[in-house]
Design a protein. Structure first.
Length: 156
């Protein structure tokens, strides 16, 4: 069974988002062992130079938690449809990857040097989404991917 770890900066405070996350974690149980690890985010500074330092500090907090095949959710990453992502994950598993770490950065993203450490950068498109909402969007897409790979119906 594929193991997935989602590393996300910050805590989810909104009850409706926590409920949605729990719902998708339950839905994913037959397909994959999924864990969500919340990493304490740092306050966003006002000066650009301080922002770069903050992103480097966050990368240092995330780096030791990375395992297996590393996927970064990134605006500059590759855009894939749900079916394309299913084929991509299938390909990665055929090549021997059974553990994946997906990283959701802070609202400022992640450190530029840290981006180079990822095996794949995945974009959900050019729109900007709150990073708290990205957690549930990622879980929904992973659920959809596993339904596609299992030959089960899903909404197009």
């Amino acid at each position: 069974m594929v193991k997935i770890k989602i590393l996300a900066l910050g805590k989810i405070k909104e009850k409706y988002l926590r409920q949605g996350i729990e719902d998708y974690l339950k839905r994913l149980k037959p397909y994959s062992q999924v864990t969500v690890v919340e990493v304490i985010d740092l306050p966003i500074p006002t000066k650009e130079e301080e922002c770069k330092k903050m992103l480097k500090a966050e990368a240092e907090k995330l780096r030791p938690k990375l395992e297996g095949f590393k996927v970064l959710l990134d605006l500059e990453g590759k855009e894939l449809s749900s079916s394309e992502m299913a084929r991509q994950i299938d390909d990665w598993t055929i090549r021997g990857n059974s553990q994946f770490t997906f990283v959701i950065g802070s609202s400022l993203g992640v450190d530029e040097d840290f981006k180079k450490e990822f095996d794949f950068r995945w974009s959900f498109g050019p729109l900007t989404f709150p990073h708290q909402l990205m957690r549930i969007m990622l879980l929904e897409q992973l659920y959809r991917v596993f339904r596609i790979l299992s030959g089960e119906p899903y909404h197009k």
